[in-house]
Design a protein around this ligand. Sequence first.
Ligand code: MOS
Length: 745
Amino acid sequence: MSKDNGQSKVIGLAVDRVDGRLKVSGMAKYAAEYQLENLAYAVLVQSEISKGKIKNIDSSKAEKLEGVLLVLTYKNAPKIPTKASSDFDDSLHLLQNNLIHHDRQNIGVVVAETLEQAKYAASLLEIEYEKAPVDVDMDNSLGKARTPRSEEDELQNLKEDSAYKRGDFSKAFESAELKLTQTYITPAEIHSMLEPHATTAQWQDNKLTVWESTQAIFNTRNKLAKAFGLPPEQVRVITKFLGGGFGSKLSTWSGTVLCAIAAKTCKRPVQLALSRQNTYSNTGARPRTVQALKLGAAKSGRLTALEHVSISENCRFADFVEDGSEISTHFYSCPNLKASSKTVELDIGKPTWMRAPGDCPGSFALESAIDELAYLASIDPLQIRLLNYAEKNEKDNLPWSSNYLKLCYQKGSEQFGWHKRSLAPGSMKAGDKLLGWGVASACHPAHRMKASAKIELKADGTAVISCGTQDIGTGTYTICSQIAAETLALPLSRIVFNLGDTTMPEAPLSGGSMTAATAGSTVLELCKQAVEKLARIASEDKDSPLYKEQTEDIQAVSEGLYSRKNPEQGESFVSLLTRNGGAALKLETSLAPDKNKLDKYSNYSFGAHFAEVQIDPELGKISVTRFVSAIAAGRIINPKTAANQVRGGVIYGIGMALTEEILRDSKTGRVLNADLAEYHLPVHADIPKIEVLFCGEADPVVNELGVKGIGEISNIGVAAAIANAVYHASGKRIRQLPITLDKLL
Ligand code: MOS
């Protein structure tokens, strides 16, 4: 660190994760690793039918077992306050009645001294069912698709309208020189985070503390408070580490509340860690979509008409829509456009957000269709994207806050070697394998919400910052520490950044790719305010070398404050604070988005993915052999954690393209592959080197840091890039994911 070049740079450096050592050494504690005194263990009981009623549960054998403390079922579960019932309807399955809405619905909890006792006791329950006919096949009901009744709660302000039109689609499509009408299908998927949902709950007096694996500690606190009729201050939620969430941990699911009910009933702390199998039914899934696209274009490939109707599967007891058509409303320039997203009700568990909800399945349809149009127009797939580039957001008629999509196309294609591609399908080979190159684009809204944080800058020259956000594995601890270190001119080692506790200043959920923008901007503001406050103290302190200096002329440099005009004039924070009584400087602040500024622009991140596949022509085996992602997401705080997120997003997309799919038996409604042996995630051997390029610069509009978020943009378009590469290799256009051998041969 040097005084003469002003700020030392920490933002933008690929520093190691500040919590990396804790994680790799096993010291980082996850929700199910809190060994409280007198802890009891709970397991879930899940239904073995998919629709109907429980006629009876005989728990007498289980209750007689040694170590068993509680068998909680609809027969003895405490009633949830009616005031909370709108939040806690059947979608949460809190054992309020004997109805069964879907396969593996939570219908009981068994608590025992040990996990083994609890598991064994659960196996002894004698459950009598009355089955009803099930329907889990959306293809039979597409005609009954309807627009959703209501929007979801937490992310309400992140949703776009579900029906939209501009110009005259029908007329333009009718007279178009090139026409494409196709249907694209994406599978139901499960988040498959490394750490399944887990809760450790403890009651003391009438106060509840919950160690929870959640992306939203404050929302979880509020829901629990409602369920127990408590003021929110009497509930504390702690999430220090999270082994992934991908949207499944944005909501509070029944296991969390049931664990707290069990702890209250047993009068001792209870832990409920879901098994992998438990996660396939009561903690959301990405719903299957059937998406109909109509594209009309001039011979040149220039779009003149676009219609996108996305239908997603939903449960019958709550509303969730996968807004697949939204991305089509603004991604390409097109004067005549219609888009809507609808749902079909089935006897399935409640779907939920999964990484890039809406845009991820939507982009598979849109980016496959654009690729098909390129072949209709006989032009290069990258060329058709450039040809239809939207100079502004034509949906809301606003300029982009910044848009480096063309740079993504350029840098990504250069890195990939796209110019060496020949257009005709099946025209490239790698040895005896078919070779295919595909491209797809991506965009994602740059969200940001209000957050609060506090700082204690101690007289020993260390800073402790607390913000009630979450680190869902993305690197929030690290990037917030970097922002603080740079703003305070302290080495990273002198920053302690705390998060994940509702006793801290409030921050919103970690979702919608907005945590860097939200928590990061607040930390930046907080540290700036701390520096200003210290500068005032120094300028008013007769004994400070900065006495009577203008505060604007004082800056934080080299662990202290120094004059901008005379870099040698100043002192360390230690000297300033020690001389002023030795107490820490304490400050708390909140920062909200500047709506007036944001509303003048359309704020999105952009990206381009380039995929290479090799296909065995006899076996149909597809390997993704190269992948380049060029992402423009504003300023990158840490290229190492950021690239890591992009690689994760690409891997998620490879799974979606080639292997992942929740399969249900149409007769029984049961999930057929509810474990990692049968639900196929890509493994290391399936993943090539993924090259990540960050394009563009800090965005001048979106927030004080100029960051747009990368968690979701990296997942959008990936499956289409692969499907497009498969077409290029084989001449087979697969419009239904995953692209398995049977579809290719
Ligand atoms: Mo994401 S689906 O907003 O965790």
